[in-house]
Structure formats: structure tokens, C-alpha cells
Ligand binder design. Sequence first.
Ligand SMILES: *Cc1c(COP(=O)(O)O)cnc(C)c1O
Length: 383
Amino acid sequence: MINENKKAMSRTWAEINLNALENNYNVLKNLLLPGTKFAGVCKANAYGHGMIEIADKLQELGADYICVASVDEGVTLRENNITIPVLCLGQTDPELANLISRYEITQAVGDFENAELLSCYAQKNNVRIKIHIKLDTGMSRLGFYWPDDERNKIITAETIAKICKLDGIEAEGLFTHFSKADNDIAYTKMQYEKINEAKKYLSRLGINFNIIHASASSGILSSPDFQMNMCRFGIALYGYTYPDTGNEIKNIGLKPVMTVKSRISAVRNLPAGSKISYGGTYELKRDSKIAIIPAGYADCIPRNLSNNFSVKINNIKCPLIGRVCMDMTIIDVTDLACEIKSGDIAVIYDEELMMQAVKNSDTIIDEIVCRVLPRVTKIYIEN
Ligand SMILES: *Cc1c(COP(=O)(O)O)cnc(C)c1O
């Protein structure tokens, strides 16, 4: 183990703090009303944190559901001892019905044709496939569009009811996704009312669902009344929220789970006038000391942070100069008072630097954590 860690920590690695994950789980769980189920979202390698280890911890903590984006993410979890319910949020080719069935994955369904194909498979093989009906209430992505006029409401409800009654299909859930929960409560309320209305229309047709869900992280933070009876937590579970929800992470006690570090490859003195990295976009204005860190855009640093980011060495911010390369980045350490040498550690992302990266590369925190690619070894820390 020590040797394994030594190898893992010889280049660039992400420390994943499972105690922070547990803290976030408990903080978020406390926001739920009694009886509301907790779904942890582990798609995209658990937002770069490592899906098997994160799902395993969530299972241990007592999460009710794990959400994934694709059937193969679900299969990966099942093959690694995840036994709690797994919901595949994305569309799955009905030709993969055998995987859905064999690995007992709950499948989101947003159209009649796919439901029918799943039902055919289930009947032929004498199995039951569990589904959650996806409703489009304003995101305009997947799902049954919930219309405004009475006639079409009835038609849509009847179509969904027909799916729920297909042989071999067990319709456990109904869900939608809020698209503006971080900054538009009125729109979110409209979406919430639509799913409630759909629920009512379906109930009249004798269809009732055990699980109804709509909120992801921003939804529960901005509109806690709209939790229905399950919430799907992604980014908040990993310690971050969007500023617009008015719930800065410190306020509710979330802790960032991931810290990315790298071991300095070389420290070099170069004369004024040296042109740094590809394209020579940065020229040293004075005799300088530079450090090379073995992390580039194929690890975790977006290339558009070239000449526009800092990493921390001995807790001092040092500027990234020149273009980010695929595997390496160059840092100006001339102003560091302390001695540094190859083998010393640079922090690429702590909470402050993550938010700096979000701002400077004009994106959202989700993209920054997801961009920590598998080549960056994960080290799981738990006291
Ligand atoms: C990704 C995703 C989530 C999780 O969203 P966060 O904002 O990260 O909490 C929930 N539901 C669906 C349908 C998603 O695609």
C-alpha cells in the first residue's frame, strides 16, 4: 500500500477525502423531509472522483439510489459490489435490454417506442424491467413533453399509462429535471407544478408511482419545498454549489472532497528573454526560476488557463506561464522566498484554486472536477 501510494503520488494525483463526502451526505440528508429518498449521482466517474469508491461509500452511508448516465456505468457499479438500486438517467439502446435486466438497472424512459421494445424483451425472457418515466417540464432534453392544453395533457397521460401497464414493465418512478433551479424560482415552480399535474392526471388513470423526483443539487438548495420524495445529489455531494442559490458552501457546511496535487519535475533558472512553452506566448522579463509540473490538459488543467492561472507551492500562489501542454505546465517560482526543488509538491486544485479555474476558464465547477481525467490517480483518504 505504501509503495502503491508512492507510485501514485510520484506524478499528479487527486486526494479524495471520504470523510468530507460523508459530511456532505449528512448535511444534504438533513435537508430532506422524513421519507424523502437520497439519490447520489455517480455519473462521469462520480464527477471525476472515481465512481466505484464513491458509490461504495454512498452505499455504506445508506443512500437509497445511485444515478448514472449510461448503462455501462451501471454495469461497472454492479460488477463492483454495488447492490443498492441504480437508475440510468440517459437513454439506453433497447438492444442493450439484456444488460438492463441482468444487472437490475432501473431505466429512465422518455418515449413509447423504447418502452415497448423493453417490454418485448422482458416478455420474451420472462423478466421484469424497472423504469422511471421521464417528463420534460421545461428542460427540453429527454422525456415526455408535458403540454399546456387539456386535450394533449390527456393524450400524454394516456400514453404514459399505457407504458406503465405493458407486460414485463414495472413503472416505479416518475421524474423531471429542473433546468434553472440555481437562479429562477418562478420557472422551477412552473416545472414543479407540471410534474405534479402529470402525477394527478396519471393517478386518475389508476397509475401511481412509488418514487417521484425532480430536484438535483440546486433545486434542493433553492427550493427545498419541491423535493417530492427523492432528490438527486451530484455537485453538492462533492462539496460545491452554484453561487446563485444563495447557499454558499460554507453556510450549509459542505466540504470539497477533491484536492489535486502534483510533484514538481524540475526547477530551472532561465535568463530574461526566454520564451516559454509552445508558441512562446510568454517571455521572461527578468532572469527567472521556473518549475515544471507534470500535469497538463490531458490530466486536469484546461488549456484555456494558459497564462491565466496559479498553483500553490508552500501555500503561496505562483503563476502559470506560457501554454498548458498535454502533460506538463510551467510555473514561475522566482518570487518564492523558500528554496524549492524537484520532488516538492504543488497544489493544483484546492477549493480556492478550483473556483479560480472556474472563473478564469469561464465554466462551471462541474466541468473542472469532471476534467480530472483517469490518468490522475485517485488516493482515497479516510480517518
Ligand atoms: C447530472 C444530473 C443530476 C445531478 O445534478 P447536480 O446539479 O450535479 O446535483 C441530477 N439529475 C439529472 C437528470 C442529471 O443529469
